[in-house]
Design a protein around this ligand. Sequence first.
Ligand SMILES: Cc1cc2nc3c(=O)[nH]c(=O)nc-3n(C[C@H](O)[C@H](O)[C@H](O)COP(=O)(O)OP(=O)(O)OC[C@H]3O[C@@H](n4cnc5c(N)ncnc54)[C@H](O)[C@@H]3O)c2cc1C
Ligand code: SF4
Length: 327
Amino acid sequence: MKPFDYTRTTRASEAVRLVAARPQGAFVAGGTELLNLVKDQVVAPDLVVDISRLPLSGVELRDGTLRVGALARMREVADHADVRTAFPVLAQALLASASPQIRNRATIGGNLMQRTRCWYYRDAGSPCNKRAPGSGCPALTGQNRRHAIHGGSGHCIAVHPSDLAVALTALRATVIVLGPQGTRAVPLEDFYLLPGTTPHKETALRHGELITEVTVPASRPARHSRYLKLRDRATFEFAVVSVAAALTMDDGEVSDARLAFGGIAPRPWRSAEAEEALRGRPLTGATIESAARALLSGARPRRHNAFKAELVRRALADVLTGLGGGR
Ligand SMILES: Cc1cc2nc3c(=O)[nH]c(=O)nc-3n(C[C@H](O)[C@H](O)[C@H](O)COP(=O)(O)OP(=O)(O)OC[C@H]3O[C@@H](n4cnc5c(N)ncnc54)[C@H](O)[C@@H]3O)c2cc1C
Ligand code: SF4
């Protein structure tokens, strides 16, 4: 492990200044992700700024907006009464993530910034365009069972790992960030980048920018929402595929549908076409099937992961059928 400097601050602007000043500077919050990557020599910061004492915790629903501090713990958000009632998909996605021990420690900002679980990326001895730009992507021709069927490129086909990010994408959340030039708001849909020719650039964050808060608008569909995660074992495991859905039914027809998918793309995957296929229609088997067809149009399965198309189709049908009771 490469040695690094360590410091702690209680001021967000100071944390930003310190990290921005060092090309390899990094924030650490709960440490459940960063420290593993450092120990495995996947990343090598020269300075680690501990942000765990910044005043950025707290969860509050006020004036129709849920505000979640970047340092709120996963468990705290999953257990929050307003989150459970007004954003069930969010609570369900968090409870389906990691383990109770990790959820007690890990933060919302850290969860959104976690790196892919592609095993080539996590093995410092393997080539990987994301970890070492230009070194190659062994997943393209190698073992790619867990990789993307949508949104990948000839340079990277890793999938995004955060369950929380999938739920927040369906809920049309916004990430608030503080940087050397001040504060800005980034819709979650624009926050994660597709790999293209630069898979090492994963988010819209500039170096030194700190996530301070996530905001989520309350809405009728958010209240009537669900998360389904399919994985290789029942707990402590990342999604093979997942579906976040928020739905409003009026007079027996879908009046609003918001969908996002995990495990199938390098970022939480929103399909406006699948949402459109549901809108204004009764939630029959045929409607659900046309939404699945829209979702999968343009998908590009690889040698070992073609099964994901059928799996996500069935997961979508399950979630929508479960939500179809009306409201
Ligand atoms: C065994 C295991 C199983 C897991 N299973 C799942 C799972 O099923 N689903 C899932 O979604 N996750 C899962 N995780 C990931 C886990 O949720 C993350 O490790 C955790 O959320 C990271 O939060 P943290 O506060 O510990 O982040 P840290 O380790 O402190 O930081 C992680 C990264 O985020 C950056 N960062 C942290 N806070 C901020 C901020 N406010 N602004 C900008 N950058 C920031 C850090 O610089 C670092 O790069 C699993 C992890 C493990 C170890
Ligand atoms: S899929 Fe992406 S993360 Fe995995 S080896 Fe290829 S470039 Fe690296």
